[in-house]
Design a protein around this ligand. Structure first.
Ligand code: 3LM
Length: 392
């Protein structure tokens, strides 16, 4: 079958790979192991001389179908599925580094990624530093002889700052350094980093890809040679793999990714404009806002602005928390990309593990809130926000 458009592939890609007996919904191969016809056949599979499944930590048909589908969505050669976004991040970063290496990171990262980088530095002497990557010259000056990975979130959680993925990848190529992009906030529907030069894309599949708040999962996509190597090392031997049932839920959720994302984006655009006008709010951070400092970059590398809005409450932390507690429809919860609108307080929640000094450098004040705009009627979301803001 020749390649079809994104909206078609997200529903069909990988279906042919299964012996599905005509079942429209793919079977969940809920098995830990696979039976070999003979001892010789088993030996050949282990030696890579015979096609076939061995054991579900190594590969599973339902999970393999998801891996084929996400590879197609990101326009990459090979996909890998993990038991969480952090299992993906850790398998990729540990797989690409050794003691003494240096990781150059975007100006901010998700809190647990920050925790992992700290752990790698303390335990394995793999150093890192955060950098704005705002122009070629400063990027070049931040690359050291020991830099072996450039790790980028764009948009950055939760400050929404962007990194020019094409520019960073172009410069990194000159030095032969792989660029890893965490594409969780956009999903492949809004941004395809491999198309603009990066080497590995990572997702917390828990978020937009799933879309229904019922899976913890991670995905990575890149060149076949590199991803196969990671599959046989840090994925297989650390073992943070995805279960067949979670792969099935993701295959189901991803079919509606384009229609869901369109709605998330439309709702967020309307709400960002309304938040900007409200006297109790300042610093609305939304890449689709014409006053957003990187609006042009957003237009260049994202096909739409996404469903996340961060903003500060005028006042202090207590007022931010009071506002959250006054909400009724909107749920106070971490995570994002679900049908339900969720709000969280990064300085005490997703980024609580980040020391205050680093949080300030990243731009995470204790008045900052992150709204994951859901699929409800925007008028109802706004009514809830406005009522709670008016109480401040
Ligand atoms: C959150 N984020 O609410 P999992 N990369 C990015 C992420 O935002 C996340 C991960 C990786 C949130 C989770 S906080 C306790 C809840 C950009 C997760 C990690 O391992 O699937 O959670 O993904 O921002």
């Amino acid at each position: 079958m020749d390649t079809k458009r994104f909206e078609t592939e997200v529903i069909h890609k990988g279906y042919h790979a299964l012996q599905h007996h005509g079942s429209l919904s793919p079977p969940i191969f809920q098995t830990s192991t696979f039976v070999f016809d003979t001892a010789e056949s088993g030996a050949k599979r282990f030696a890579g001389e015979e096609e076939g499944f061995i054991y579900s930590r190594l590969s599973n048909p339902t999970v393999a179908m998801l891996e084929e589908r996400i590879a197609s969505m990101e326009n990459g050669e090979k996909g890998l599925a993990f038991g969480s976004g952090m299992a993906a991040v850790s398998a990729i970063l540990l797989g690409l580094t050794k003691t003494g290496d240096h990781i150059l990171c975007s100006e901010g990262v998700y809190g647990c990624t920050f925790g992992l980088l700290t752990l790698m530095e303390e335990k394995y002497h793999i150093t890192h530093n955060f950098h704005s990557m705002s122009d070629e010259d400063s990027l070049r000056s931040a690359i050291t002889d020991y830099t072996t990975v450039i790790y980028v979130e764009s948009p950055i959680n939760p400050t929404m700052k962007l990194v020019d993925i094409e520019m960073v990848s172009r410069v990194a190529k000159e030095y032969g350094i792989p660029v890893v992009v965490d594409n969780t906030f956009c999903s492949p529907y809004l941004q395809r980093p491999l198309d603009i030069g990066c080497d590995v894309v990572i997702h917390s599949a828990t978020k937009y890809l799933c879309g229904h708040g019922d899976v913890i999962g991670g995905l990575a996509v890149g060149k076949k040679e590199l991803l196969s190597h990671l599959a046989m090392t840090t994925q297989k031997d650390i073992g943070g793999v995805m279960s067949p049932f979670d792969a099935w839920l993701l295959l189901r959720g991803m079919k509606t990714l384009p229609v869901r994302m369109d709605r998330h984006c439309d709702n967020a655009k309307k709400l960002a404009a309304l938040l900007k006008e409200h006297p109790a709010v300042e610093n609305v951070l939304f890449p689709g806002d014409e006053d957003f400092p990187q609006y042009e970059l957003a237009k260049k590398q994202m096909s739409n602005a996404g469903g996340l809005i961060s903003f500060e409450i005028k006042g202090n932390k207590a007022m931010a928390q009071k506002f959250m507690n006054s909400l009724e429809l909107i749920k106070i919860a971490v995570s994002l990309g679900d049908a339900e609108t969720l709000i969280q307080h990064p300085s005490t929640m997703t980024h609580a593990v980040v020391p205050e000094e680093n949080r300030m450098q990243m731009g995470i004040s204790d008045r900052l809130l992150r709204l994951s705009v859901g699929l409800e009627a925007w008028e109802d979301i706004w009514a809830d926000l406005e009522k709670a803001l008016n109480q401040l």
